[in-house]
Design a protein around this ligand. Structure first.
Ligand SMILES: Cc1cc2nc3c(=O)[nH]c(=O)nc-3n(C[C@H](O)[C@H](O)[C@H](O)COP(=O)(O)OP(=O)(O)OC[C@H]3O[C@@H](n4cnc5c(N)ncnc54)[C@H](O)[C@@H]3O)c2cc1C
Length: 395
């Protein structure tokens, strides 16, 4: 079997295509295998953090993404009991990023933008209806079993990047364990065209509302608000999916307002898991294949894009011979450690904060908000810039 002089990528999600774009821009040929017959249209991530926008800008993807989305210069914390606790403006970290704001946009716009650019140039192929099922590692290449129309075909490339999501076949085939846990509660996301800003004075585009009984957060995307609620362990999936139940939760958001028009109602399981390693010789794990966390703080996809850029920048150097192969160990060392130290820890802390009545949490936030230095440090952390700086420090 002839070795294809290419990097193989499993999965055409936001992380797989960001990896492909960074490699192709560096002159490295790529083949992406995608199990579906087209790009996903699922409504999932919608927050792009400042450093992610900086990275996407270098791939020419930030401007079209911003044009499709909504700029959120600030975000706020509230509690049901104490009202607005604090508001923070990303302008305070304009010294650290070219994009001192979040962009609220569906992740499927990013995959379309990247694919539209990639398909017009050389060195890129995307094969749909092609699921990578098995991986065999060799010293100089990687062999994959690709399942297409019920048949299995063997293909051989130089490197393999597993960007095939939380249930990654690449991870399973490599026998890498996915350590962590699944929360007993699930999260319900309700999308509505109702304009909350018209009835909630001072509402920011992203607002987290703490409550020990049932917290929620409100997030605006073009044309819709998304409202997320936890569903307790003793509330069944069937109950949670009942539209009347969703309406009863929505009725708690603004006293006196009920019967919302609901565009989508989706129930998600929530996990905190990190793969035991992100690299095995010529095979790598990135994005949800490598780590998953609860969506509070909007970090999953962003961290996945950070993985993709970290790995593929090194891989391009190794491909062109300007760095030795052990350069790739730094990908595993840096990204796995910051996933544990920052992404997993912070997303769990964000959940705990929302589960409180907001009194102590509010005190902490006001302590931060009253000092420019503390605000700067806090925003570096929330925007994920601190995690990228930490990764660099790890060498
Ligand atoms: C409700 C919700 C809200 C969220 N909000 C945010 C947010 O605001 N910000 C944020 O950063 N993150 C958020 N996330 C997380 C985010 O959606 C994921 O982290 C992100 O989709 C991961 O991207 P990925 O490319 O790694 O994986 P995926 O998006 O899952 O893409 C994987 C791709 O691989 C394909 N595939 C699967 N198996 C194979 C195979 N064996 N061979 C070939 N192809 C395969 C799939 O079809 C898919 O196209 C949210 C998640 C949820 C559920």
């Amino acid at each position: 079997m002839a070795i294809e002089e290419r990097v193989f990528i499993a999965g055409a999600g936001p992380v797989g295509l960001a990896a492909a774009a960074n490699l192709v821009q560096a002159g490295v040929p790529v083949t992406v295998f995608e199990a579906r017959s087209g790009l996903s249209e699922e409504s999932r991530a919608s927050t792009f953090h400042p450093p992610t926008l900086d990275m996407l800008d270098r791939l020419g993807a930030a401007k079209p993404l911003i044009a499709r989305g909504l700029i959120a210069p600030s975000f706020q914390y509230r509690s049901k009991r104490h009202g607005i606790l604090a508001q923070f403006d990303f302008g305070a970290i304009a010294d650290a990023t070219d994009h001192p704001y979040r962009v609220q946009s569906e992740q499927f716009w990013l995959t379309r933008i990247l694919y539209d650019w990639l398909r017009t140039g050389p060195g890129f192929t995307l094969e749909f209806d092609s699921r990578i099922r098995g991986v065999v590692r060799h010293q100089s290449h990687v062999e994959v079993a690709v399942e297409r129309n019920g048949r299995s075909v063997t293909r051989t490339g130089r490197w393999l990047i597993g960007a095939d999501g939380a249930r990654s076949d690449v991870r399973r085939s490599l026998k890498v364990t996915f350590e962590g846990f699944t929360w007993p509660e699930r999260f319900l996301v309700v999308s509505t065209p109702f304009d909350f800003a018209a009835v909630m004075p001072g509402l920011a585009s992203v607002s987290y509302v703490a409550d020990p009984q049932r917290w929620h957060f409100l997030l605006r995307i073009p044309g819709l608000y998304r409202v997320m609620f936890p569903i307790a362990a003793d509330e069944s999936d069937a109950l949670a999916r009942n539209p009347d139940f969703a309406q009863s939760l929505m009725a708690t958001v603004v006293p006196g307002i009920s019967n919302y028009e609901m565009a989508h109602v989706t129930l998600y399981k929530v996990h905190q898991r990190v793969a035991q390693t992100f690299r095995l010789d010529r095979a790598f794990l990135v994005g949800d294949a490598a780590h998953i966390n609860n969506p509070l703080g909007g970090m999953g996809m962003n961290a996945g894009i950070h993985d993709a850029i970290n790995l593929t920048s090194r891989l391009a150097d190794v491909w062109h011979g300007s760095k030795w192969i052990d350069e790739l160990d730094r990908y595993d060392r840096q990204r796995r450690q910051v996933t544990r130290e920052h992404i997993e820890k912070q997303s769990i802390q964000n959940k705990r904060n929302l589960e409180s009545d907001g009194a102590e949490f509010g005190k902490r936030l006001r302590y931060i908000a009253t000092s420019p230095d503390r605000t700067h440090e806090f925003l570096l952390q929330v925007s994920m810039i601190a995690s990228l700086r930490r990764a660099e420090e790890l060498g």
